[in-house]
Design a protein around this ligand. Structure first.
Ligand code: NAP
Length: 201
């Protein structure tokens, strides 16, 4: 059976924590490839100020270009309306019939998983990989998920990613404050941020 990873996130901006996490999941779960899918309009952040979707898509493309097992998809950026994960996983399943799909995302993003559209069905058509920052209390996440989704929690696995000490929030703040972001994200992404004057305010 084909095994595919979908790396879901806002990627504002994409950084080495995301890349290391995706590569770790690819190796550990024997995934054929990992498709990075920048969220077009994250349903959980209707009023947040996030960078324009196509700019985040282009940064993600630059970041994954050097890994033959990674690709980027504009499926959510092109879709109108909120970027519901269920629609994305269904679309990818249609492209790869019969494949086992792993949806990889941040463990923090899963704390309100019970509010996600069609979550019960979603957890039957794909498995989730929760990428956790160092020091993350995984036991607390399991307790919360047990109470929110019961048995379906079996379809979620957790993976600690030390490189997730890097965070997009910190990178944005560093740019705002004029501090360095070198070595936190691939150089082409750093250049893109500078050239397009992102995160200055
Ligand atoms: P977020 O709130 O921006 O991020 C929550 C935390 O998870 C942050 O600490 C973030 O760190 C981390 N994170 C996000 N994506 C990650 C990844 N792929 N690998 C490692 N860490 C990651 O979460 P989000 O980006 O909006 O949502 C994550 C995914 O869940 C997206 O694909 C989104 O579309 C999906 N989602 C779907 C629904 C729904 O269908 N109803 C609802 C909510 C979210 P960084 O800031 O450093 O990335």
């Amino acid at each position: 059976m084909r095994r595919l990873g979908i790396m879901g996130g806002t990627f504002d901006p994409v950084h080495y924590g995301h890349l290391v996490g995706a590569e770790g999941a690819r190796h550990d779960l024997k995934l054929e490839k990992v498709i990075f899918i920048p969220a077009g309009r994250p349903p959980n952040k209707p009023h947040s100020r996030i960078t324009e979707p196509w700019l985040r898509y282009r940064m993600t493309g630059l970041a994954v270009a050097s890994n033959p097992f990674f690709e980027v998809s504009s499926i959510e950026v092109e879709r109108t309306g909120p970027s519901y994960t269920i629609n994305t996983v269904q679309a990818i399943s249609r492209l790869y019939p019969g494949a086992q799909i792993y949806f990889i995302t941040g463990s923090d993003a899963l704390v309100d998983i019970h509010t996600w559209k069609g979550i019960e069905y979603l957890l039957t058509i794909c498995r989730f990989v929760a990428a956790a920052r160092p020091g993350y209390r995984v036991d607390e996440l399991w307790e919360r998920l047990d109470s929110l989704i019961g048995d379906l929690r079996r379809n979620i696995i957790c993976m600690e990613v030390p490189a997730l000490a890097i965070s997009s929030t910190d990178i944005r703040q560093r740019v705002r404050e004029g501090r360095p972001i070198k070595y936190l994200l691939p150089e082409p992404v750093e250049d893109f941020i500078k050239k397009n004057q992102l995160y200055r305010q």
